[in-house]
Design a protein around this ligand. Structure first.
Ligand code: PRE
Length: 310
């Protein structure tokens, strides 16, 4: 039997951990992993039942490590998403002044979101990328640390005995990160009417109009996209696949028809799940794109093909 344990990008105090706690009382233990690939490997191997990983940030865009680790390897399925506000502070060992900071460590996405502040206040500091914001706080607190400061959340800094040398250092106030709960393939969460579907599409041939053909599958069925980005296919330079979030559930006729269309025009479509949207927004269903319209059209076609049965 699969473990009820939930994994997350750790250690304790990451934004991913905070997002996991925001999901409420999940049964079982919460187990930290040092990287997104390690967390997704744990769910693939059955070590944990599901994992929460960051997938998209409102400032930095898609989290490449997550997009790639979801696409390649044994199939995985997203069952939920959660969005939280992210705000960054600069934490140092007690007694260190901001003017004494020569080296900073943090998660690449956190560094990118504070780049303007770093350039303005610590232009000469050496900035090093770490596995997560909380791992950065652990590194700064370690005896003999080579780092003076960590960009992290207060919960991570305070838990390591650090103090804030500067607060609210993000260049964009109000940034948000979206996280997804990922497990092995299984029954889809029921359709709620405010759902999202995540897919990765690989082109059949690299030719003019190939991306347009993918987009047409959605456009002609009135399916709005929430995110689309290209990722290298890891084969040859210039070869890309497309990671897509579309409005709707696989049980919506228009989305199902779009996915069948993708299957026809793409060399491969990786289905990563249909799940309730965190913002609860319901899509506008264009005229002729409701389930009943598809059912009626199928019945009409059947009558054309078999008038004798009418
Ligand atoms: O390092 C963390 O605290 C994380 O949870 C990772 C992560 C990310 O991957 O984007 C999550 C939210 C913030 O945008 C910065 C870092």
């Amino acid at each position: 039997m699969r473990s009820a344990t939930h994994g997350y990008l750790g250690p304790a105090g990451t934004f991913t951990h905070q997002a996991l706690l925001s999901l409420g009382d999940l049964p079982g233990e919460a187990r930290p992993y040092p990287s997104v690939p390690a967390a997704l490997h744990a769910v693939r191997s059955g070590e944990v039942g599901s994992v929460l990983v960051p997938i998209e940030n409102s400032v930095e865009g898609g989290v490449s490590a997550t997009l790639d680790a979801l696409t390649y390897g044994d199939p995985l399925q997203i069952s939920a998403e959660v969005v939280i506000a992210v705000q960054f502070d600069l934490y140092v060992r007690p007694g260190t002044e901001l003017s004494q900071v020569r080296s900073v460590v943090s998660h690449p996405h956190a560094i990118a979101q504070c780049r303007g502040w770093l350039d303005a206040h610590l232009p000469d500091a050496v900035v090093t990328e770490g596995g997560s914001t909380a791992a950065a706080a652990v590194a700064v607190a370690a005896p003999g640390s080579r780092f003076d400061a960590a960009i992290c959340a207060p919960v991570a800094g305070v838990s390591q005995g650090l103090v804030a040398a500067a607060t609210s250092i993000a260049d964009n106030a109000g940034a948000q990160t979206r996280f997804v709960l990922v497990g092995p393939p299984g029954p889809l969460p029921p359709r709620t009417g405010a759902d999202k579907t995540t897919l990765v599409c690989f082109l059949r041939v690299d030719r003019s109009g190939a991306l347009l053909e993918i987009l047409e599958q959605f456009a002609t069925r009135g399916v709005n996209l929430c995110r689309i980005e290209s990722r290298p296919t890891r084969t040859t330079l210039g070869s890309y696949c497309f990671s897509i979030d579309a409005e709707g559930h696989l049980d919506d006729a228009r989305l199902a028809e779009a996915v069948m269309g993708l299957h026809r025009v793409c060399s491969e479509v990786v289905f990563l799940g249909s799940y309730p949207r965190a913002d609860g927004l319901t899509p506008t269903v264009a005229e002729g794109q409701g389930d009943e319209d598809y059912t009626e059209a199928a019945a009409w076609l059947a009558r054309l093909r078999h008038p004798e049965r009418a």
